[in-house]
Design a binder for this molecule. Structure first.
Ligand code: ATP
Length: 357
């Protein structure tokens, strides 16, 4: 993609600058214009979308969609809720200083390639430190505590001392009147990294209290191992499903995973047959949730026996002269129970067995 700038007012900002300095690939490119981006940047290509409230414009530049933002300053009239835009077209400095961490507050001039660092972000990148830009940062926006966990897991960074103290202070005095939609988004992004370190720190540092004040003990299990064994593709719920998620506005499907988990907790799992019947057809997320937050052993057993299937069908029973009725299910269950004890049973052996019933 080719963007040229003669004004010196166009800057790459945030993650893309950080990622380049870290030698990592960036997935989205944020560009700000010090001034009104809608007026200045629409000329770079075909305008896809404009948002005058935020001063942003999405432009298709040679087949790549790029978001250009006007520099803007923000304030938080209600702590924990979305900020309001104070001024569109403020100075670059004001724009970067509203951001979450110094490592995300770097800008790079499109014209000269020079890095603009108003907050010591370059030093913090070198030292591997996550540092907030002011002491009220977590009060303004507690989602930053989860973002810190996410970035520290992704980059191997640690919280700078004062930032750690501010996190502890906030977690000792949480404002539950907050925007949980954003908390949910950060929780999803953090735990979809599938990281044991994130799991341990989330509970051990008390970060989970952002979601629910009810005390919870972290299970001593390796979650990524369970996620891999069960084959969960999108694992975030496995990491947090043991606690009260009612503040997170779950989708129907997410709620179903939790409900199924609750039902399983009250289902006897004392032998292979009970385990098979309880877990058969259960979503992988629910299975993994059970393994992490209830008991691992029955899930491991289920994974060993889940491919055992009986061969006889309704047609076989019919040809043996057994009339279709509720009895069919009982017969299938009895054969399955036997086959779980003797997985190598052939179809003939199944038939012989059912005739003894
Ligand atoms: P990545 O996309 O690689 O996860 P990113 O840093 O680009 O990382 P985004 O969530 O896309 O993360 O945010 C883009 C930029 O917006 C950040 O780099 C940061 O400067 C700013 N930002 C995002 N969320 C917040 C927040 N909650 N508070 C303050 N600034 C934020």
């Amino acid at each position: 993609m080719r963007i040229t700038d003669e004004t010196g007012k166009l800057f790459y900002v945030g993650g893309v600058v950080r990622d380049e300095l870290l030698g990592r690939e960036s997935f989205d490119v944020d560009i700000v214009f010090e001034g009104n981006a809608i007026e200045h940047c629409s000329k770079f290509g075909e305008v896809v979308r404009v948002n005058p409230d935020f001063g942003t414009v999405r432009v298709n530049v040679e087949g790549v969609e790029i978001d250009f933002a006007s520099t803007r300053s923000e304030t938080y009239p209600r702590a924990g809720h979305l900020p309001v835009v104070d001024k569109i077209g403020c100075s670059l400095k004001e724009d970067v200083l509203r951001r979450d961490f110094t490592v995300n507050a770097l800008a790079k001039s499109v014209k000269t390639g020079e890095i603009v660092d108003y907050s010591g972000g370059l030093n913090d990148i070198r030292a591997g430190l996550l540092r907030v830009l002011h002491d009220g940062s977590f009060i303004d926006d507690p989602t930053r505590i989860i973002r810190a966990l996410k970035f520290s897991v992704r980059f191997g960074f640690v919280l700078e001392e004062n930032t750690r103290r501010l996190q502890e202070e906030y977690l000792a005095n949480i404002n539950y009147d907050t925007c949980y939609k954003r908390i949910k988004k950060e929780i999803m992004e953090t735990f979809n990294l599938n990281s044991q370190e994130a799991f341990e720190r989330f509970y051990d540092e008390g970060i989970y209290k952002l979601v629910s004040p009810v005390a919870i003990e972290r299970p001593e299990v390796n979650v990524p191992e369970i996620v891999a064994a069960v084959g969960v593709q999108v694992p975030w719920m496995v990491y947090v499903g043991g606690m009260d998620l009612s503040r997170l506005e779950l989708t129907k499907q997410e709620q179903r995973v939790l409900n199924d988990f609750e039902t399983l907790k009250n289902t006897p799992l004392d032998d292979d047959f009970e385990i098979y019947k309880a877990f058969d057809g259960t979503a992988p997320e629910t299975l993994a949730l059970y393994a992490v937050w209830a008991e691992r052993r029955p899930v491991e057993r289920y994974l060993q026996i889940k491919d055992i299937k009986i061969s006889i069908t309704g047609d076989d029973l019919l040809s043996l002269g057994i009339k279709p009725s509720k009895q069919y299910a009982e017969i299938f269950d009895a054969v399955l129970k036997e086959k779980l004890k003797n997985p190598l049973m052939s179809k003939d052996e199944e038939v012989r067995f059912l005739l003894t019933l």
